[in-house]
Ligand binder design. Structure first.
Ligand code: ADP
Ligand code: SF4
Ligand code: MG
Length: 331
């Protein structure tokens, strides 16, 4: 029993616990003091090595901030991030530099995240150069390999970002992310800026690379449709909180939170039975002011089944059946 628990622990690459990120915001008016926006508010999740956790939610729910905090690109206010057997947020100097190489991010807009003045080969090799400079021929071998792995031609190495299509630019972003041989890749809306046909190619490429290199993905999207073929489990975020967390099958077949149900009803289904059984649920209104969140359920003002008690206290995230967690008083 003990041995089994230990191997399971070893399988976990990323363990995020009670993570909170807040930003100071200026209040308007003459009495405007300092207050805080809790962009990520006490969230926990784990990802097994070689697997994909999708984080899904509307724009503004805190997905990018969570990703940046995990990668230490924004500072966490509290909480821990374990990467393998290291306390990632506590690392310093050389230990931090070494560990940083294990975590890479692929951004939504490859054009904005690629330096327009650098040739593709220099963009891709930049992360390794800063880690440990390579000799000329060794560097070329690495670049050749990366270009091949992401489906770009050798002669494209000399081109600048504006000479590539959107999909090709995202391939450069992926090659750059692979350069340091990371264990965890955070994909922040990697296909949201691309045409549907190109989206499928990039998603296939990511899946292929994951298998070949035993990569672990944190895959962020506002679109449940994009992640349905791309993940093992899903965390749904709303206003800085995880409101539902389950393996993919359980979440798609039996969503418990009214917000997840609404998101899911908008996903075109390949499954004819599900298509018949789901009618589109529209979520009315907007989320409340994130600087001043309600004391009860944050979804209450938009929830089709809200009751009086929903405004009294925040529903905690609790497990309702084998690994399926939901934060709703009525679930
Ligand atoms: N640097 C920042 N300063 C102040 N507020 C921020 C900052 N970055 C994000 N936010 C706010 O935090 C919330 C979450 O944003 P974000 O993480 O970008 O969400 P998502 O990626 O889900 O769209 C939003 O209300 C956003 O306005
Ligand atoms: S706690 Fe109440 S308001 Fe919140 S999602 Fe559940 S039913 Fe809706
Ligand atoms: Mg975002």
């Amino acid at each position: 029993m003990m041995a089994e628990a230990e191997t399971q622990k070893d399988d976990m690459l990323l363990e995020v616990k009670d993570l909170t990120v807040r930003f100071p915001v200026k209040r308007g008016g003459i009495f405007g003091g300092k207050s805080y926006l809790y962009a990520v508010d006490d969230i926990s999740f784990e990802v097994k090595r070689g697997e994909t956790l999708a984080i899904v939610g509307e724009s503004g729910s805190g997905k990018t901030t969570a990703a940046l905090a995990v990668a230490r690109l924004v500072e966490a206010y509290s909480g821990t991030v374990r990467l393998g057997d290291e306390d990632f947020l506590a690392l310093k100097d050389d230990d931090l530099r070494r560990a940083r190489a294990k975590v890479q991010i692929i951004f939504q807009d490859p054009y904005a995240s690629l330096n327009p003045r650098l040739r593709a080969e220099d963009i891709v090799s930049e992360p390794i150069e800063s880690l440990n400079p390579l000799g000329k021929s060794e560097r070329q071998t690495v670049i050749d390999g990366l270009f091949k792995d992401v489906g770009l031609r050798p002669e494209q190495q000399r081109l600048f970002p504006h000479q590539f299509s959107g999909g090709q630019r995202q391939r450069i972003g992926i090659a750059r992310a692979l350069a340091t041989q990371p264990e965890l890749i955070i994909c922040d809306e990697p296909v949201s800026a691309l045409d549907v046909a190109v989206q499928a190619q990039i998603l296939n490429l990511l899946r292929k690379l994951q298998k070949e290199r035993d990569l672990t993905f944190l895959f962020i999207s506002h679109d449940l449709g994009v992640v349905q073929h791309m993940c093992d489990s899903i965390a749904v975020m709303y206003m800085g909180k995880i409101v539902e967390h389950a393996d993919r099958k359980s979440l798609f077949n039996d969503p418990k939170h009214p917000y997840t149900q609404a998101l899911l009803s908008a996903v075109p289904s390949v499954d004819a039975k599900r298509r018949r059984n789901t009618k589109r649920i529209l979520i009315p209104g907007d989320p409340p002011d994130p600087i001043n969140p309600p004391q009860g359920c944050r979804f209450a003002n938009r929830c089709p089944i809200a009751e009086a008690k929903c405004n009294e206290s925040q529903p905690p995230l609790r497990e309702i059946k084998g690994g399926h967690k939901v934060a709703c008083h009525l679930a």
